[in-house]
Design a protein around this ligand. Structure first.
Ligand SMILES: Cc1ncc(COP(=O)(O)O)c(C=O)c1O
Length: 414
């Protein structure tokens, strides 16, 4: 006989009621929608009753080729049968193969793998500090409104006071400057500044692209002053903005680039990319991660990159399809100017700025079985992160739902 306590705490075998059960056992740090999803295919998610939702969020910028892309699923299955985890004490073909592709396709000579965006940022902070240590510098400048992660270093780097609130004392050496204002960034610099970090498109604060001139001036100045330029391409990477990484469109080359989100084809993976010269500042023993560069995640990432290039997603298909979506959105803006203030972003990273509660609009989309996200400091931005594999029909479906919702708000008929 089992002791009564064991029976009392044994888990339920029921296969329903996930929302209520989840709300009892999961930590309450997320605001979850009243939805339970069990399956994803392409641009759609399916709830427990099998009802489909058009997914314009993709796990928050993860599924660039939709859910369960056959090439990625196959690569995961194949690698899982061979080896799931090794350690960084040895070499593994899947890990080396993926690093080689990243090196071939980017400015980088070297890759450090971790498991998430915030860890990729931590590695960049440590690399910058090690580099600065030779000249007694450790300060980093980040942009107001930026988002770099939730661990102590990445959170302190994040230029949004509300994200840091209540977690002090915070580590020293982090300065903030207005985004897209080169002169102010330059004025923020002290003799202790070793690096500047920027997102090519600020996602979390409401999808705000960096101006080309801003990033180019920043690159020129940081190079002249021996300050490292770090690009946070965690959200913009893997083709989301139309090129593998957005820096290509800005015609600049960073010293360090942090990547994650879509990088692992849906599995947890982060990467800190850098040059041969800088990589020497993190010698053996200076940094590490047990799971970083997991073979299954690397195999999935490699399959994703191969699909992106071999199936002509980059840049051709993304350019064509995102232009089709943007045309539709601009037409909506023209039809409903009282509700839609602006459409901004790059490629498939889009913010619709509204004169209404973005959260309420997001709920209306959900009622129409379309998933979008509400963001912005004043609840004024609808964020769209559709898959790059979006079809014309799916785009039309999205636009007709959006038109219905905006018509109801603007009073202008469909
Ligand atoms: C630009 C950017 N940097 C860093 C992060 C943190 O990534 P993660 O949540 O994987 O730690 C995010 C996540 O939203 C992000 O968008």
């Amino acid at each position: 006989m089992r002791p009564p306590e064991f029976q009392k705490t044994s888990f339920s075998s029921r296969k329903d009621n996930w929302e209520e059960r989840g709300s009892r056992v999961l930590l309450g740090n997320y605001t979850r929608e009243p939805l339970v999803f069990e399956k994803g295919r392409g641009s759609y998610l399916f709830d427990s009753a099998g009802v489909s939702y058009l997914d314009f969020l993709g796990g928050i910028a993860i599924h660039v080729l939709g859910h369960c892309h056959p090439g990625i699923t196959h690569a995961i299955q194949k690698q899982a049968q061979r080896m799931v985890h090794l350690s960084n004490l040895y070499y593994n073909p899947a890990v080396v193969d993926f690093a080689e592709i990243l090196v071939e396709k980017t400015f980088a000579d070297r890759v450090f793998f971790s498991n998430s965006g915030t860890e990729a940022v931590e590695a960049a902070i440590k690399l910058a500090r090690r580099y600065g240590a030779q000249t007694g510098r450790f300060e980093m400048i980040s942009m107001e409104g930026s988002f770099h992660g939730r661990t102590l270093g990445a959170m302190t780097l994040t230029g949004q006071p509300k994200i840091r609130e209540g977690f002090g004392p915070l580590p020293p050496g982090f300065l903030y400057a207005p985004f897209n204002d080169f002169e102010k960034v330059r004025a923020t610099r002290t003799q202790g500044t070793v690096a500047v970090i920027v997102e090519p498109v600020q996602g979390e604060i409401g999808v705000i692209p960096a101006q080309k001139e801003f990033l180019q001036k920043l690159r020129e100045w940081t190079r002249e002053e021996d300050i490292l330029l770090i690009l946070d391409e965690i959200q913009t990477g893997m083709g989301r903005t139309g090129t593998l990484y957005a820096y290509e469109q800005y015609e600049i080359v960073p010293d360090i680039l942090v990547s994650s989100k879509a990088l692992g084809g849906g599995l947890p993976l982060g990467a800190t990319l850098t040059t041969d010269r800088l990589s020497q500042f993190l010698p053996p023993g200076s940094h590490g991660s047990t799971f970083g560069g997991n073979p299954v995640a690397c195999a999935a990432g490699a399959a994703l990159l191969r699909a992106l290039f071999s199936e002509d997603f980059l840049p051709e298909r993304v350019r064509t399809m995102s232009a089709y979506l943007w045309d539709g959105l601009m037409a909506l803006k023209g039809r409903h100017p009282s509700v839609i203030r602006e459409v901004r972003g790059k490629g498939f990273m889009i913010g619709i700025v509204v004169n209404a509660s973005a959260k309420e609009i997001k709920d209306r989309f959900r009622e129409e079985r379309v998933l979008v996200n509400a963001t912005g400091p004043a609840d004024e931005v609808i964020r769209l992160l559709p898959p790059l594999s979006l079809s014309y029909d799916e785009t039309d479906d999205f636009l007709s739902v959006a038109n219905r919702i905006f018509s109801a708000l603007s009073g202008v008929g469909t």
